[in-house]
Ligand binder design. Structure first.
Ligand code: GTP
Length: 328
């Protein structure tokens, strides 16, 4: 089976980290986000993934010189201009010549959903598309889905106010689609699957939904990217990864707690790192304190950062005390 993986977004909410590395290539517990996604798809029987790339394809070519990630063969579909979600799916599926049932995933979602079970469910319902749903407390930031007792979607409303719907189930960013859906996506122009194509499929009675309460996180915001990292080291998920990369340099007197430390990081004498992610190559100076933060650049000696995002070119001056800021 083939999958289209959407990796072409700008990742604005994760800036400044995404100024240097596209979101799908950022490490989550020292494994690239895309590696996690493709490993899960591969174990569900996906043998080929078409990466729908909207801009900056070079980092992807460099990251996977053999054209393989987590054992899954890669096809690169590079859009001439960003096509939005449906436009990107159409472009990628046509580019790869997809002519059979296929999976679509947002490349920034980490989930333990059973993709194979989703495909089986889709085939049983026999509609043009099936969408994976998860329950959330606050629906206002999501595409909310209402469905009937036969699992047919009756309404799809993007980012509603709380009083506009009674459903708590939202679009989880994984779909199973028939190739006939491509006829709904005109070639060569940007189009949103959430705002245009899904509502049209609902109107035609052609969209099914399968809820599950599997582990699910959209890694696209600093807080959720941090959570995705920590969930992989602290036993929240069935998979537990090592939190410190083999090539990290942590001083014997530094204290690193509930944090992920990447390759070639340095953590100086007496430094404290708590509930944080130090991305590869970052530096925490002697006596510095890093709490609930994402660090790609430098936190110099004696500085203290809390709930901050420090990009590759970001530098926190020695002794500075920062809370809730992004640098640069
Ligand atoms: P923000 O800029 O922080 O909103 O992140 P984003 O650009 O990734 O946007 P969002 O999270 O809403 O996108 C959902 C999924 O669609 C992600 O996997 C994106 O990579 C992908 N995506 C969004 N727009 C495009 C596009 O124009 N082309 C392609 N190929 N993928 C896209």
């Amino acid at each position: 089976m083939r999958a289209v993986v959407l990796v072409g977004g700008f990742g604005t909410r994760l800036r400044p980290l995404t100024l240097d590395i596209p979101k799908p290539l950022l490490p989550v517990a020292n494994v690239r986000l895309l590696g996690h996604v493709l490993a899960a798809l591969g174990s569900a029987g996906v043998t080929e993934a078409v990466l729908a790339i909207g801009f900056k394809p070079e980092p992807f070519f460099e990251a996977f010189p053999e054209g393989v990630c987590a054992g899954v063969k890669l096809v690169y579909a590079v859009e001439p201009e960003p096509m939005d979600t449906a436009g990107a799916i159409g472009f990628a599926a046509r580019f790869a010549g997809i002519d059979d049932t296929f999976i679509v995933v947002n490349g920034d979602i980490l989930t333990d959903v059973d993709y194979a079970a989703l495909v089986t469910f889709h085939r049983e319902r026999g509609l043009e598309g099936t969408i994976h749903l998860i329950p959330v407390d606050d629906v206002t930031q999501f595409g909310v889905v209402e469905s009937d007792e036969t699992s047919r979607v009756t309404r799809f409303v993007e980012k509603p106010q709380p009083h506009e719907t009674t459903s708590r189930y939202v679009n989880a960013g994984t779909y199973v689609l028939e190739p006939s859906v491509l006829a709904r996506i005109p070639e060569g122009k940007p189009l949103s699957i959430e705002r245009v194509v899904f509502p049209e499929m609902v109107a035609d009675g052609q969209l099914a939904a399968r809820p599950s309460d599997d582990y699910w996180v959209d890694t696209g915001r600093p807080e959720t990217y941090l959570k995705a990292n920590l969930d992989l080291i602290d036993g929240t998920r069935s998979l537990i990864l090592a939190s410190v990369a083999a090539q990290a340099h942590i001083h014997a007197t530094a204290v690193v707690t509930h944090s992920v430390v990447g390759d070639s990081c340095t953590v100086g004498e007496g430094a404290i790192v708590v509930d944080s992610v130090l991305l590869p190559g970052s530096h925490v100076g002697a006596g510095a304190k890093v709490e609930r933060s994402l660090v790609m650049g430098r936190v110099n000696a004696g500085a203290s950062v809390t709930a901050c995002v420090i990009g590759k070119d970001g530098m926190v001056e020695a002794g500075a005390q920062l809370t809730d800021v992004k640098i640069p």
